[in-house]
Write a protein that binds this ligand. Structure first.
Ligand code: NAG
Ligand code: NAG
Ligand code: NAG
Ligand code: NAG
Ligand code: NAG
Ligand code: NAG
Ligand code: NAG
Length: 809
């Protein structure tokens, strides 16, 4: 069991307690009035009593010295603290002195004070280098009046406290401070920040996620972190007090936590035998997610190693050094700005994070383009089809390309005379084939792991593994909170802010995904009294939680997975959140019980409303069209936007629930993975899709792709239009699939003809006429294309959403 932060802190204080009574040693103390001189920098040093750390003058280059503390046993002196990291002193007459008044002062050759301890010092006795690497100044009563641990440079050492006021800044090769900061953010989250005059933004934890999703608790403002001797990094904002754990966690290894000049935070372990350092934990496993890595206007992409490139029309400002990024090869002067001489170049799957001049939602591409082109300072804009969200950019910072398709698109503004016809647009070439290899029963590949776990990447068979593999080769990570944190809520790739999320229809979380005890659920459902429905995966009961939330509790049957596997799967499903997907609030996994707790959806299933003559709800045309659109949005989200690329595998009216406004919510997504994985001879109709809705490739045994859901969606469209089950739609007793093929052939022939009256016959006679013929035509066309035998000819759900949005006016 990993120790909590409290334990780590206790260990730390015991260590510092012992540190108050050092063994008598000659070299670890600088007494009042004495100095270390730069001339004898090789011998005149302090050494901690166990020899681990040394302190003295360190030659950073000829005739330039810092007063530093370093690991003595590292092959090359590894600096862990410096008084003057970016203001070196000369090789002559410089000295560090513990003055009689108690201040410690670093003077340059001419006596200039380059650095000094500040504070209120009385009765100071000596300065003392502890075995922890902490240089402390103590008064006569043994109290510490100053310590180097309070003003770290680029490194935290075990037992050192990360507090509200401490921060790390990397030291660059040229001994100037880097553009990165590691500290507690304003939200009290331990953060990595890219900080330059134009922008200052957090890139760890992931700014496109809620803190909860990143395993953080944003309601603990204690602001205290600590690295233990065992290699565990704890912080007051880590959910459930769970520390991050080094891959080589354990005692008696010398460690350091360093913010490196590349903006990555790494935990290093020292190899005692050869004095080399190896990485045992890293904050950013995907380097392109580090902001500013390629400088202003630069783009980071994977090929598959991460590299920097300039966008079309831009050139590197300082060849050989990406810190300064790229600049436009032709300057746009705002004095004589002529918007007619501007054009846009599309950069697919690319984003420049932040620097939005405006937010516009539901605007046309043309409007967005106009906003940017009429403002000289706009460098380009991000536009998203479907939602019509528009983000004109003032700066092009933190550029990166996504390895997945259709994620974010940037339109870069360039003067017309800049030719880009032969310019290669930066792109990432890692994951191209991933989607094609998914299988509803085999979707357990570690795609969902945001951090690679080195122990699991051993196989290295897929491109994902390759991708993570190259990172793991350098950075070994084991992040325990990923696998099972209750604060996991949802993983939506692309939302820069909660506001945006809310506006786009993604509900902002108010309550946490959690585990329920069986007793709680027995109580909530009043001993499983009210049955809502029964399906292949189990029986659903109605219930009410203690906070009066109405829920549906599903008793899963046929779950053969062990507890941990089940919980891991659930932590994925529990993070999915979209207004057209049923919200999963939590689950129960006790003994043989496996239950899912999800939101209760008022109006029951679409199947019940559409096909059950006994109910007297009639869906009007608008309602049906809205259901078609909502279901498409939900599936598009599962297929394209959530990180896991969930294939539903059982899309049918029975799995589409309608809320009080008849807004559709898809249920049972993700269950394909939970039930009967890998067991032969399962009843196909239960486990993998439902007869009548399953795509032909199920039967022929081809690998399963998201296109199976597109096929089933096509069937649902036909049923929504006709108000009849497909199996009852065509007369005769042939196999459902053959009947469907005939129906589709007939529909596509009729679609080609001029005559329209057949639409009237096809559409549900219960509907008031006239209904919207154009929309009906669009739905039929979509249904026909969804039901293509050749799955590559079926459209994607994103395309369907786009088409429906265009028809929805
Ligand atoms: C310094 O310490 C003395 C004795 O503890 C106290 O009286 C004095 O106010 C302190 N001065 C400052 C500036 O904190
Ligand atoms: C790159 O340029 C920046 C600022 O211009 C400078 O601080 C840094 O040291 C340079 N890096 C290298 C490797 O030359
Ligand atoms: C905040 O975190 C600290 C350290 O883990 C813990 O001791 C404290 O109880 C937490 N406070 C709250 C309000 O959760
Ligand atoms: C330490 O270095 C030695 C010599 O390079 C190597 O043989 C040994 O495996 C290393 N130990 C660890 C724990 O990496
Ligand atoms: C020490 O530094 C030298 C020169 O920078 C380098 O070649 C060597 O690999 C380093 N040794 C270790 C163990 O890091
Ligand atoms: C663009 O303007 C900047 C600053 O005004 C200047 O340094 C740069 O050389 C100019 N670039 C070109 C290609 O004219
Ligand atoms: C994924 O499933 C396959 C077959 O069901 C199994 O062999 C493999 O171990 C699983 N992998 C993981 C990471 O669970």
């Amino acid at each position: 069991m990993a120790p909590s932060l409290a334990t780590l802190l206790a260990t730390a204080s015991i260590l510092s307690f012992f540190a108050l009574f050092p063994k008598a040693a000659s070299h670890d103390t600088l007494s009042l009035g004495s100095s270390l001189r730069v001339e004898s920098y090789q011998t005149n040093i302090l050494q901690s009593s166990d020899g681990t750390f040394s302190s003295g003058f360190y030659e950073i280059y000829t005739n330039a010295f810092t007063f530093s503390i370093w690991y003595s046993k590292a092959a090359n002196k590894t600096i862990v603290w410096s008084a003057n990291p970016d203001r070196p002193v000369h090789a002559r007459r410089s000295a560090i002195t513990l003055r009689k008044d108690g201040t410690m002062v670093l003077t340059d050759y001419d006596g200039t004070v380059m650095w000094q301890t500040d504070g209120n010092f009385t009765k100071v006795q000596h300065a003392h280098l502890l075995n922890t690497g902490n240089l402390v100044i103590k008064d006569s009563r043994g109290n510490t009046v100053w310590q180097s641990f309070d003003s770290p440079t680029d490194t935290f050492l075990p037992t050192q406290h990360i507090t509200d006021t401490t921060k790390l800044v990397p030291t660059t090769q040229s001994h100037s401070p880097g553009n990165y900061i590691f500290r507690f953010s304003d939200l009290s989250a331990l953060s990595l920040i890219y900080h330059v005059p134009e922008v200052s933004d957090i890139y760890w934890p992931d700014p496109d996620q809620f803190l909860y999703q990143e395993g953080r608790n944003q309601y603990n403002s204690t602001r205290l972190g600590i690295l233990s001797d065992n290699g565990m990094l704890g912080s007051s904002d880590f959910a459930d007090g769970q520390p991050l754990v080094a891959s080589d966690a354990g005692p008696s290894i010398k460690r350091r936590l360093t913010l490196d000049p590349d903006g990555n935070l790494r935990l290093y372990s020292l190899n005692d035998s050869d004095g080399s350092w190896s990485v045992s934990m890293v904050a950013m496993s995907q380097p392109c997610n580090i902001h500013g890595l390629c400088g202003p206007s630069g783009i980071c992409h994977y090929s598959p190693k991460p590299i920097c490139s300039c966008p079309p029309g831009y050139v590197m400002r300082n060849p050989g050094n990406w810190t300064e990024g790229c600049m436009a090869s032709v300057n746009i002067t705002c004095d004589h700005y002529d918007k007619k001489s501007m054009k846009f170049v599309k950069l697919p799957n690319t984003e420049f994070w932040g620097s939005d001049q405006k937010h516009r939602l539901s605007v046309s591409f043309h409007t967005c383009r106009n906003i940017c082109i009429s403002d000289c300072t706009c460098k380009g804009f991000q536009y998203k089809e479907g939602t019509g969200s528009c983000y004109p950019k003032a700066y092009l910072f933190s550029g990166r390309t996504y390895p997945t398709r259709d994620v974010r698109t940037i339109y870069l503004k360039l003067p017309i005379r800049v030719s880009v016809s032969n310019v290669v647009i930066p792109h990432s070439t890692v994951f191209d084939s991933v989607l094609r290899h998914l299988d509803c029963d085999q979707m357990n590949k570690s795609i969902r792991e945001p951090f690679p776990d080195v122990h699991k990447t051993g196989g290295g068979e897929s491109k994902w593994f390759y991708f993570y593999g190259f990172i793991a080769a350098f950075f070994v990570v084991e992040v325990s909170f990923i696998s099972f944190a209750w604060f996991f809520v949802l993983r939506r790739e692309l939302r820069p802010s909660e506001l945006w999320a809310a506006e786009e229809g993604y509900k902002v979380m108010t309550s946490n995904f959690r585990r329920y005890s069986y007793r709680e659920l027995v109580k909530a459902t009043r001993k499983f009294k009210v049955e809502l429905g029964k399906g292949g995966s189990g029986t659903v009961y109605k219930g009410a939680l203690e906070d009066d939330r109405q829920v549906a509790v599903k008793k899963l049957e046929n779950v053969k997975q062990g507890k941990e596997e089940f919980q891991a799967e659930l932590s994925v499903i529990g993070r999915i959140n979209h207004m057209n997907l049923v919200r999963i609030w939590g689950f129960c996994s006790e003994g043989s019980h496996r239950l899912l707790v999800s939101e209760y959806v008022e109006n029951g299933s679409l199947a019940n409303i559409l096909f059950n003559d006994k109910n007297n709800i009639l869906l009007d045309w608008k309602g049906r069209f809205n259901i078609a659109l909502g279901v498409a949005k939900g599936l598009a989200y599962l297929h394209h936007e959530c990180l896991e690329w969930v294939i539903h595998c059982d899309v049918k009216p029975g799995n589409i629930l309608l809320d009080e406004n008849f807004e559709p919510k898809i249920t049972d997504f993700g269950l394909a993975k939970l039930l009967n994985r890998g067991e032969p001879n399962q009843n196909v109709s239960h486990v993998r899709g439902t007869l009548g809705y399953i795509a032909p490739e199920w039967v022929s045994g081809l690998p399963i792709t998201a296109k199976v859901d597109v096929y089933s969606y096509g069937v649902v469209l036909l049923e929504l239009l006709s108000g009849t089950r497909v199996s009852e739609l065509v007369e005769g007793s042939e196999e459902v699939h053959n009947m469907l093929r005939k129906l589709v052939r007939m529909l596509s022939e009729k679609l080609e003809g001029e005559e329209q009256s057949w639409i009237d016959e096809f559409v549900d006679s219960k509907l008031d006429r006239p209904f919207n013929y154009v929309q009906a035509g669009t739905l039929i066309k979509l249904a026909v294309s969804c039901l293509e035998e050749d799955r590559s000819k079926r459209p994607t759900m994103e395309y369907i959403v786009k088409t429906l949005l265009e028809a929805d006016d």
